[in-house]
Write a protein of this length. Structure first.
Length: 604
């Protein structure tokens, strides 16, 4: 390495470092110069990756060097947004912690590192705990390093001020719990922060709220913004799945068997997918001791398999670390489906009268209370279309000082007001009545007894699934429309799939991103007699951490529209068309038997 680097570094940091720290001073100066620069016509420096690595070895000589470490280091330093996705015990947290900690040490007066995780406990156990440990260890060896720890505030500040004076948190590292009291608060109050260099470590991204990634747009307004998104793969539609989505989409992405790197749709970033069965611990013979005890190993995988099967979400998340793409085929709807059939598009009406339907998914004291309307009628092409208008979250006060009305009455008053403004009669208002008998009473008391309760429980109906899904009657062998009771195991499955078939028939428009996202999250399975059964709400909430209130609302709205004359027409499904033609095969066989009965047998 050309020693001209020392002169450059001393000019910037000479007042901070004693002679014994000259090697560290050199590496920090090289990083400050961008890793490579020109001096009197000579090229100096060996690149950021080299000098960051040298700084790491000086500060923490006990740390290991392996290929996962090198891959994460190089990609983070090259890209504005880097997703580190993989199983537990893959070193993702450590990679983010040491890299941005080193950057802060080089630029302590112009760097703000935001470190987000689920809650304060999660921060201390994971990324903040790692940063705290590394910073303390480095300060023990080099006391002149910048920063003053305020552990109670999850912060390392550059300013050395007394506790009773304000510190500038824009110069330092600050931990941010994004879930407080069970509610997602996100990065809202930090999104507008201004600093020359803003860095974000988004830990446990798979558990964040749906709006988490929106803060990136505001933070990226800073001159120099970079981010590392960390997590174990869980769902393609949670923030981690959206940040890591390949440019060509998840549906066209093969599940990797080796550690892989690809470009992402989100902010033109890069995803590093660390695959557990490709751990550096697998590089050596199986009979040798585990080289890196803190990384996933053969023993951990064996222990996990003793509790969970290979096709389980737990095994994929904790041992493989790849997004389980095969589950997309078992989602009620997919983003690609909605785009293919223009479900998010707009409609141009023909001008004939439209029918408006108001739907309510009531909740209080837990899930969201969702209300809003849809309308259906003929578009300019003469096709019956159902247009979805963005729903609203209805505010409900469960209890409190001065609160005199019970939640049911509050909801009923709001629904009545909405419907009167929209011109929707009570007989066109539909609401979820599952375990909420008192809501119907409140609606009757505040507005009208003509509203329509919909019970999500129970068996599917005997209505046709659609106007073009045929089967052969098992008794008469006649061709007829397939009923919902033959297609679904439960009524709630019928409700959700009616939305899907409305999309596939090209009859749904105006689907908003947040409603679509919840529909894409819910899974289904085949059960007895080849019927479809929806994943329970409890299982979905345990898997993705949220209730599908918005899509439940849409399912109610589509059901209400069907009861008022909306029919799901032709499905764009080649397989269904093929199944529908089995009656021809049956007729052909019958004709063959008839002809053979009257044919001469010359061998007799």
């Amino acid at each position: 390495m050309n020693k001209v680097i020392r002169k450059s570094s001393i000019e910037r940091y000479g007042t901070l470092w004693p002679d014994g720290a000259s090697d560290l001073n050199i590496e920090m100066g090289a990083i400050a110069m961008g890793g490579e620069w020109h001096d009197n016509g000579a090229v100096c420096g060996r690149g950021l990756s080299f000098h960051y690595e040298q700084m790491r070895r000086i500060l923490w000589p006990h740390l290991d060097d392996h290929r996962w470490h090198r891959t994460c280091r190089d990609e983070v330093l090259k890209n504005k947004v880097t997703v580190l996705m993989g199983p537990g015990s893959s070193g993702k947290t450590h990679a983010a912690a040491w890299l941005y900690l080193c950057e802060y040490m080089v630029f302590p007066h112009e760097t703000c590192v935001l470190v987000s995780s689920t809650d304060s406990r999660g921060l201390r156990l994971r990324v903040w705990g790692e940063i705290n440990m590394l910073w303390t260890s480095a300060r023990d060896s080099f006391p002149e390093l910048p920063g003053h720890l305020i552990d109670s505030k999850l912060a390392i500040c550059t300013d050395n001020l007394d506790e009773d004076k304000a510190r500038d948190l824009r110069k330092g590292i600050i931990g941010i719990p994004c879930l407080q009291n069970g509610k997602f608060v996100g990065l809202g109050k930090y999104a507008g922060i201004k600093q020359k260099r803003v860095r974000l470590i988004a830990d446990e991204a798979q558990f964040m709220g749906g709006s988490f990634l929106s803060a990136f747009a505001n933070l990226s307004n800073n001159v120099d913004f970079r981010a590392i998104v960390l997590g174990n793969p869980n769902d393609t539609l949670d923030p981690l799945g959206r940040a890591a989505e390949p440019i060509d989409g998840w549906s066209s992405h093969l599940e990797p068997e080796k550690t892989s790197i690809w470009k992402t749709r989100f902010m033109e970033g890069t995803c590093v997918n660390l695959i557990g069965t490709d751990s550096p611990n697998f590089d050596g013979p199986e009979n040798e001791p585990t080289k890196f005890p803190y990384l996933i190993s053969r023993e951990k995988i064996r222990n996990t398999l003793s509790f969970f099967p290979k096709d389980s979400q737990e095994y994929y998340s904790q041992c493989i670390g790849a997004m389980k793409i095969g589950t997309l085929a078992r989602r009620v709807i997919t983003r690609d489906m909605c785009q293919q059939f223009n479900a998010t598009g707009t409609v141009i009406w023909k001008g004939t009268p439209l029918t408006k339907i108001y739907a309510l998914d009531a909740a209080y004291g837990g899930d969201r209370c969702v209300g809003g309307f849809v309308e259906f009628g003929e578009d300019i092409n003469g096709k019956i279309i159902l247009a979805v208008h963005p729903p609203a979250i209805l505010p409900v006060k469960v209890s409190g000082f001065g609160q005199t009305k019970i939640p049911e009455d509050q909801i009923a008053e709001r629904v009545k007001a909405d419907c009167e403004i929209l011109g929707i009669p009570p007989e066109n208002m539909f609401h979820d009545a599952t375990g909420r008998g008192s809501l119907g009473t409140a609606l009757a008391r505040e507005w009208s007894a003509m509203t329509n309760p919909i019970e999500f429980g129970g068996s599917a109906t005997n209505r046709p699934v659609s106007l073009d899904l045929f089967i052969l009657d098992p008794k008469t062998r006649a061709r007829r429309l397939k009923t919902c009771a033959e297609h679904y195991s439960k009524f709630v499955t019928e409700l959700w799939f009616s939305v899907r078939y409305a999309i596939e028939s090209g009859q749904l428009r105006g689907l908003t991103e947040d409603v679509m996202e919840e529909g894409c999250m819910r899974e289904w399975t085949d059960v007895k007699n080849n019927r479809k059964e929806l994943e329970t709400k409890a299982d979905m909430k345990a898997r993705v951490g949220r209730s599908p209130d918005l899509f439940d609302w849409l399912a109610i709205a589509v059901e209400g529209a069907r009861r008022r004359g909306f029919q799901i027409a032709r499905l764009a499904n080649a397989d269904a068309d093929e199944r529908d033609m089995r009656w021809l095969d049956d007729l052909r066989e019958k004709n063959e038997r008839f002809r053979n009965r009257y044919s001469l047998n010359y061998s007799a």
